[in-house]
Design a protein around this ligand. Structure first.
Ligand code: LIP
Length: 275
């Protein structure tokens, strides 16, 4: 297994140390300041508490980025978007997997992607309740970080779709969920099994580290996938995305041996269409 000190890895891109710093700090904030007993609040209150944490996380990340790099652009889930003049754009999900966070399920994360002139160069995903983080740097590989050590990761060498463990997610709107279930109904007999982590950024890290073989989802946003795409591509997966005004972005990522088969099946099932 190839390893390197985290400090050495962080030198591989001019934005990486800052991306790591803000994702790590926001993840620690969300883990350590998570209000206790969220589940005993009244029905509407816990969501508000989570929304407040989500916004505080984004404010912390954006403030730290702009202190160091005031000319960069920002795309943030919680509304901090601004255009920049440097050609560098930071694409941030300050808390992905909000329902998991609310319920105390450990699969949530903080995602920070960096685009340079429109190309995804850097991705950092912190998953603090799982005690690990992930880094992808274009041309320098995908890495899992535990403590101060970076361990190079790659996806599983799956050989056929019927052996593949596939993850997906569902939107919140009932009609979209139903159409996504019908796609899954057409797929599930042709794969090993399905997983639903409830957090797109976790799905990307699990594909990159060989815990699943593929991930697809319709209706996700740039902050859900900017960091994740760099990480899975650097871990050897192939990716396909398409966007439409009605559906948002559909992403399919899989290890190369099953990629064409999975994309063909999903397209035949209309994965990118519907309400
Ligand atoms: C989540 C996404 C996930 C989707 C979930 C949810 P959120 O984002 O990461 O892909 O399947 O239903 O939308 O809302 O937790 O930030």
């Amino acid at each position: 297994m190839e390893t390197m000190p985290l400090d050495v890895l962080l030198e591989k891109h001019e934005c990486l140390r800052l991306a790591w710093g803000v994702a790590d700090a926001a993840g620690a904030f969300l883990r350590d300041e998570r209000p206790g007993e969220l589940e005993v609040f009244s029905k509407s209150t816990p969501t508000d508490v989570v929304t407040a944490m989500d916004r505080a996380s984004e404010e912390m990340i954006v403030r730290r980025i702009l202190e160091t790099r005031p000319d960069d652009g920002i795309i943030g889930e919680e509304g901090s978007s601004r255009s920049g003049s440097s050609g560098v754009t930071w694409i941030i999900d300050p808390l992905d997997g909000t329902v998991n966070y609310l319920f105390g399920i450990p699969t949530w994360g903080v995602s920070v992607g960096v685009h340079v002139e429109g190309i995804g160069d850097v991705g950092v995903i912190a998953t603090p309740d799982l005690c690990e983080s992930y880094v992808g740097v274009r041309g320098h590989g995908a890495w899992r970080i535990r403590g101060d050590v970076a361990e190079r990761i790659s996806g599983r060498p799956t050989s056929s779709l019927d052996q593949a463990l596939v993850s997906t997610g569902f939107g919140y709107a009932p009609d979209r969920r139903l159409s996504q279930v019908s796609v899954l109904e057409g797929l599930i007999a042709h794969i090993r099994d399905i997983r639903r982590t409830g957090c797109a950024t976790i799905d990307f890290t699990w594909l990159a580290s060989g815990r699943i073989d593929a991930y697809y989802e319709r209706g996700i946003h740039p902050w859900d996938y900017a960091a994740g795409l760099v990480i899975v591509e650097e871990a050897g997966a192939r990716t396909w995305t398409t966007s439409s005004p009605d559906s948002g972005t559909t992403v399919v990522c899989a290890m190369p041996a099953i990629f064409d088969d999975l994309v063909a099946r999903l397209l035949a099932l209309g994965v990118e269409r519907g309400p």
